[in-house]
Write a protein that binds this ligand. Structure first.
Ligand code: PGA
Length: 264
């Protein structure tokens, strides 16, 4: 695992966007796995800026979003559909038929729907680069604690903690979704390369358990230890509980020296 330590959340977004842009340049037909939440907002802003200023071209790229709340229509302001369109897709030249986001408005046959999402990822050739955030409880996507490390896309019941974390995005008094459709840990681990971002003190414990703790279904993100191509980009607050920070800095310097392609 490569751990890139930055000072600020802004730098995290900037570095993530730089890596995504390099990957899109290298392979215009890239299949991206995309995430929502407050963490990747800076990355999307920067990618939009690169599209405008440097003609970063998404026209041949395909995307699969990680998850969506169950029960929210596409135009619901708190849906991840709305998030993706307002923060990213409406500002760049992604082809609408290459955008995939789980449909939170389905009312039945969840397994069939989720199996179809898995098939769509497969028939697009699999995900080349997966972007992730991390929850305070160590979830990736909506893979709450004790999700099977082999799980695939499915309907998932949200923990009370996650529902409370999400409350800030909803108007006062609104009902908070209690389930989501999410890619599984197994789906995420099938991606060829993974970029996981974390900012802020509230993520420090989850980040430390993920990188330096044991692999455990209790911390879903710890399953990333099984993946050979994972890069963490952290601000100093999210990194504050890591014990090997000096070593991670040294690994980064030596990576620049010996295997710079890993940072492209
Ligand atoms: P956040 O969410 O970026 O809004 O903190 C991350 C997550 O829960 O995966």
């Amino acid at each position: 695992m490569l751990v890139i330590l930055k000072q600020t959340a802004k730098e995290v977004g900037h570095e993530a966007a730089r890596m995504v842009a390099a990957a899109v340049h290298a392979n215009p037909k890239i299949v991206l796995g995309l995430a929502t939440g407050s963490t990747p907002l800076g990355m999307y802003e920067e990618l939009v800026a690169l599209h405008r200023a440097a003609k970063l071209d998404f026209s041949k790229a395909t995307s699969f979003n990680l998850d969506e709340y169950l029960g929210l229509s596409h135009d619901h302001p708190q849906s991840f559909h709305y998030f993706m369109h307002s923060n990213f897709f409406s500002h760049v030249n992604f082809s609408p038929d290459k955008i995939h986001i789980p449909d939170g408005s389905i009312r039945a046959n969840y397994s069939e729907y989720c199996d179809g999402y898995e098939r769509a990822i497969k028939s697009a050739g699999g995900i080349d680069l997966q972007i992730l955030g991390i929850g305070r409880n160590g979830h990736i996507g909506f893979n709450e604690p004790n999700s099977s490390l082999a799980s695939r896309t499915r309907l998932k019941e949200l923990t009370q903690e996650t529902m409370e974390d999400n409350r800030r995005f909803f108007p006062a008094g609104a009902e908070i979704p209690e389930c989501a459709i999410t890619m599984g840990i197994g789906t995420i681990l099938d991606a060829r390369r993974i970029l996981i971002l974390a900012t802020g003190e509230s993520k420090a414990t989850a980040v430390a358990k993920t990188i330096e703790g044991a692999i455990s279904a209790a911390v879903s993100a710890s399953a990333l230890q099984l993946h050979p191509e994972v890069t963490f980009i952290l601000d100093e607050h999210a990194a504050s509980a890591l014990t090997l920070r000096d070593y991670y800095h040294r690994v980064l310097e030596l990576t620049k020296k010996y295997t710079p392609e890993k940072l492209a």
